[in-house]
Ligand binder design. Structure first.
Ligand code: ADP
Length: 459
């Protein structure tokens, strides 16, 4: 069942119940009123008759019968019976009795003082009338022709009203459900037209206030994120191809030139060295790309353990200095730092890559080949590691995109690199539930600040 049909059915059912209750109540109270009113009138008529019979000496039963018969105020089919204390009939109306009166009925009237019931076609009322000397049981019956007619008419009106109202409700509910759902249908249609080729399309956000407009806005935000990711992916592939193609082109050109004519041994050695360099660069790039791909996968393979970040830093410093003896890595520990602050939950292999990259960059982009590392902690839970170096720094136009793969700032023009390192660092720190940020004052200092959660014994 689609939503439109479901809404219509719910609306219909609710209205049917509500209308039934209202119309039912109207009918019930009208029927009740008719009965009460009729019994009241019947009783008045019967009391009148009984009073005339018992109080006015000059009137006998025959005269009273005639008076009653000719009285225009008599009720349709009115028949009155009056019994004395000995259950002897003291009076009865003209014609055939319409109600069977026996001793049990009279006793009941005496016992209960007043009874009323609906006999066959007649409403019957029995009650006691007492005067100074006697007490009479009066049984009065009549048909409420007009009242029952009116009630039947009301019943017809109610049934017709009910069905017409329900018909109108179905039509209106169907129409309004359609109207309410129209924006959803529009959204469905618009979304259906969006493919990977036109991710720049956006949904109509309507009045920007109601829920559907909020849905469209949320969808548009999602499209924006998707588009960004898609563009980043495209750039990534283009950049990766470029990074791989450039050294390959350079190497093939060198080899082609050397093959043009016979060369001396020194020339070949120079070319081979250059090719080896290029191959090493390509090898480094491919392993970084592989690592980035692994770290960025939905379920990266992580070997989490308790690691000591100070050990990692010392080891990476030693490794870096082996490759670049001219580099200076200055590691400083904050005053209030103790061993507990240096233990982290993490993947040691990945953490080594992140720390090495930040250390290497600090020296590489520093005008003095020097990086200063500060470990601090203001709380028991977080450790901050700052990598600080002087140098050209990163301009404000570049700094927002510095963690994107292959993105390099202006200060890197003359420095070797591929632009993969920081994106790898960012992803690794993210996988450790930490945060990495950068501040740079061009021409002065650049700081990369890594925040990590320290290991908790009871965790
Ligand atoms: P790569 O160093 O291979 O270019 P990275 O991803 O490590 O790639 O760095 C991206 C860019 O960020 C660098 O090209 C450089 O412009 C800038 N950068 C990174 N680290 C520093 C730093 N410590 N000081 C100044 N600039 C930096």
């Amino acid at each position: 069942m689609n939503i439109r049909t479901r809404l219509t059915v719910i609306f219909f059912a609710l209205f049917a119940v509500l209308l039934s209750i209202i119309l039912g109540a109207i009918y019930y109270f009208s029927a009740d009123y008719r009965k009460e009113d009729f019994y009241r009138r019947l009783k008045n008529r019967a009391i009148n008759t009984a009073m005339v019979l018992t109080d006015i000496k000059e009137v006998n039963a025959d005269l009273l019968r005639r008076m009653e018969h000719n009285n225009p105020a008599s009720l349709p089919g009115q028949y009155i019976l009056i019994y004395n204390e000995k259950n002897e009939m003291a009076y009865h109306s003209q014609g055939l009795p319409v109600v069977n009166v026996d001793t049990a009925l009279l006793n009941r009237v005496r016992r209960e003082n007043e009874i009323a019931y609906h006999g066959d076609k007649f409403e019957v009322l029995g009650f006691m009338v007492n005067n100074r000397h006697h007490s009479f049981a009066v049984i009065a019956a009549a048909t409420d022709v007009y009242g029952l007619d009116a009630l039947q008419n009301l019943r017809h009106v109610i049934i017709i009203t009910f069905f017409i109202s329900m018909l109108i409700v179905i039509v209106l509910a169907w129409f309004f459900a359609g109207r309410v759902l129209r924006p959803i249908s529009a959204i469905v249609k618009q979304v259906g037209n969006i493919t990977e080729l036109n991710l720049n399309r956006r949904l109509d956000e309507g009045n920007k206030r109601d829920e559907l407009s909020k849905l469209a806005q949320t969808f548009n935000h999602m499209l924006e994120r998707l588009q960004r990711a898609f563009v980043a992916q495209k750039h990534f592939i283009a950049n990766a191809s470029h990074e791989i193609k450039t050294p390959i082109t350079v190497m093939s050109a060198e080899v082609e030139v050397s093959l043009l004519s016979p060369r001396d041994e020194a020339y070949y050695i120079r070319v081979l060295r250059s090719v080896l360099n290029g191959l090493r660069g390509l090898n480094g790039l491919s392993s970084r790309l592989l690592m980035l791909a692994q770290a960025s996968s939905d379920e990266p393979e992580l070997n989490f353990d308790v690691i000591r970040i100070d050990d990692v830093l010392w080891e990476m410093k030693a490794e870096l200095l082996k490759a670049f003896p001219e580099y200076v890595v200055d590691i400083n520990f904050g005053m209030n730092l103790n061993a507990d602050h240096l233990a982290l939950d993490g993947d040691e292999q990945l953490m080594r890559v992140a720390m090495l990259n930040l250390m290497d960059n600090g020296c590489k982009y520093s005008d003095a080949n020097t990086v200063h590392i500060y470990l601090e902690s203001n709380t028991t839970q977080r450790l901050t590691i700052t990598f600080k170096n002087t140098g050209k720094g990163i301009g404000p136009d570049y700094i927002d995109r510095i963690f994107e793969p292959f993105y390099r700032a202006k200060n890197a023009t003359l420095i070797k690199g591929s632009g993969i390192g920081l994106s790898l660092v960012h992803r690794i720190i993210q996988l450790h539930g930490g945060n990495v940020s950068v501040t740079s004052v061009p021409g002065h200092t650049t700081e990369f600040i890594v925040e990590l959660t320290v290991h908790k014994e009871d965790r």
